[in-house]
Design a protein around this ligand. Structure first.
Ligand SMILES: [Zn+2]
Length: 511
């Protein structure tokens, strides 16, 4: 067992701390100086003769079709498009589909993939404790790397739009470094900074669990909002960029007096960012009247306080009732169900994932991976799971009987984009939208060669079939390889960070 005291750790990390010191402008030096990659230019590109699964209801499936992209957007779709100055990609026999959307993912967790898995509930029960330890061991540089890695993992799998629920970036330098790491990958969506966490302990410390819980479960304070100020002004000042700032409600908000929740939400909405996200669960025991969570999953509490709205994005929400779904539909609220990660929720007595019921109720709903620490990045597996999960409840069974493959794909494309307020920009292959595209090989032995494109993709596609990916018109993956990424170097750094974090987290003792 490696024994590192807090004193040793401070000595060891002194140079790292200096490197991550916050400059007077508020931006960590490391986050500025060590960008992983210069932004790649978007090139005019003609994808020739693809079988195009547009997911645009007006266009449907278009076999043997060309798609021209320029300036980051789709500018033409049709047969025999002439574009002499474009890079031409022969996509004969391949399927072109929209880049996929993920509405709820903790991107940083990719750094820990395999540390915990969901197949053993007892082991996975340590998730919150493990998070409390790792959050005080990860430096700003670790976060920069973790977000970069997580962004690459998403893009590699064909996910070009994500809501990154950044829920352990508790200091300004960590949050900024994380935001920049994700931004450098070129992925679109939302960097959802959670207004939360003020840990006062570190490696080598023995801490009462009650204290650690209270620190994790507190509401956001001025320091968190100062971080949000810097993120808004210095990292996400361009509101037309593919990746934007979202804010996530504090852990403490759920169960808090509604006037405090109102103050926090109104302060978040003061940024004018259009995305306020929250984990949503039905509490085992309702909170007292006048608190968020006094009734059901707390949607009626928010409604009565005038806090529902089209910027509200809830993840999970397995316990949402029909009435609560109607309240969300009436106010334009959004949901993300994370079907693969939610299957063990049944053991807690909760219903299955809510995506089918939410769509039937008229709520924009998508799906997501949630815990990168424990689940496969193969997003097609997550998609199939969203379908199978419908069969966990009688209501879902009734809905599933009328589903076609495109209805399930919808959760991760057109409807998924709508559930992130981005349906004008991405989610379908449509002229004028961002060129977020995935080109699938179909030459693997078991990739079906008959059936509709939607049937083939939903039922047979796998991550290794992802040949090429464009994010906002920039090629990030070609011929099955990520561009400008040296996986061996990244993997070596990942390994060394994991080793250090394992040693450091082992020195924290909760009592
Ligand atoms: Zn989550």
């Amino acid at each position: 067992m490696i024994d590192i005291t807090r004193k040793d750790f401070l000595k060891l990390s002194a140079s790292a701390a200096a490197a991550t010191a916050v400059a007077s402008a508020g931006v960590p030096v490391s986050a500025k100086a060590q960008s992983f990659a210069a932004p790649r230019a978007a090139r005019k590109t003609l994808i020739r003769n693809a079988d195009v699964l547009t997911m645009d209801p007006k266009l449907g499936e278009m076999p043997g079709t060309d798609v021209l992209i320029d300036g980051g957007k789709i500018i033409a779709i049709g047969k025999n498009i002439a574009a002499a100055d474009a890079e031409v990609i022969d996509a004969t026999g391949m399927i072109l589909m929209p880049g996929m959307t993920d509405g709820h993912r903790h991107i940083w967790e990719g750094i820990e993939a395999g540390h915990l898995v969901k197949t053993n509930p007892k082991d996975y029960a340590t998730y919150q404790t493990s998070k409390k330890k790792i959050m005080v061991c990860m430096t700003a540089e670790d976060h920069h790397f973790a977000a970069y890695l997580g962004g690459l993992q998403a893009l590699d799998s064909g996910v070009t739009t994500v809501l990154d629920y950044a829920h352990i970036q508790w200091s300004q330098d960590r949050a900024i470094a994380s935001a920049r790491g994700l931004q450098e990958t070129g992925i679109g969506g939302w960097f959802g900074y959670q207004i939360s966490h003020t840990p006062t302990y570190g490696p080598g410390d023995t801490v009462p669990m009650k204290q650690a819980d209270a620190e994790q479960g507190a509401m956001g304070d001025d320091a968190h909002f100062r971080t949000a100020d810097i993120l808004a002004k210095e990292v996400f000042s361009d509101s037309s960029a593919p990746l934007r700032l979202g804010l996530c409600m504090s852990n403490g908000a759920f169960g808090a007096p509604i006037d405090k929740v109102k103050a926090e939400m109104e302060r978040m909405r003061g940024y004018g960012i259009g995305m306020v996200a929250a984990h949503s669960h039905r509490p085992n025991k309702q909170f007292p009247a006048g608190h968020f969570g006094a009734r059901g999953s707390g949607i009626a509490d928010l409604k009565d306080a005038g806090l529902l709205g089209p910027d509200l994005h809830l993840s999970h929400g397995n316990g949402l009732t029909d009435d609560e779904l109607k309240m969300l539909a009436d106010t334009g609220g959004m949901i993300c169900a994370t079907a693969m990660g939610e299957f063990p929720y049944k053991a807690r007595g909760l219903p299955g994932s809510v995506h089918g019921r939410a769509r039937a109720a008229g709520v924009a709903v998508g799906t997501g991976l949630d815990v990168s620490v424990a689940l496969t990045q193969d997003y097609f597996e997550n998609m199939r799971c969203a379908f199978w999960n419908l069969y966990l409840d009688p209501e879902g069974v009734a809905l599933a009987k009328d589903y076609k493959s495109a209805d399930t794909l919808d959760f991760t494309t057109a409807l998924g984009a709508k559930a992130l307020r981005l349906s004008d920009e991405t989610g379908t292959i449509t002229i004028g939208k961002r060129a977020d595209l995935v080109l699938l090989r179909t030459d693997r032995y078991s990739f079906a060669i008959m059936g509709s494109l939607a049937d083939r993709v939903l039922n047979f596609a796998q991550l290794p079939d992802v040949d090429s990916v464009w994010a906002s018109g920039k090629a990030v993956k070609r011929n099955g390889q990520m561009i400008g990424v040296n996986w061996a170097t990244i993997k070596a750094r990942l390994h060394s960070i994991q080793e250090r974090l394992e040693a450091q987290t082992a020195t924290i003792n909760f009592i």
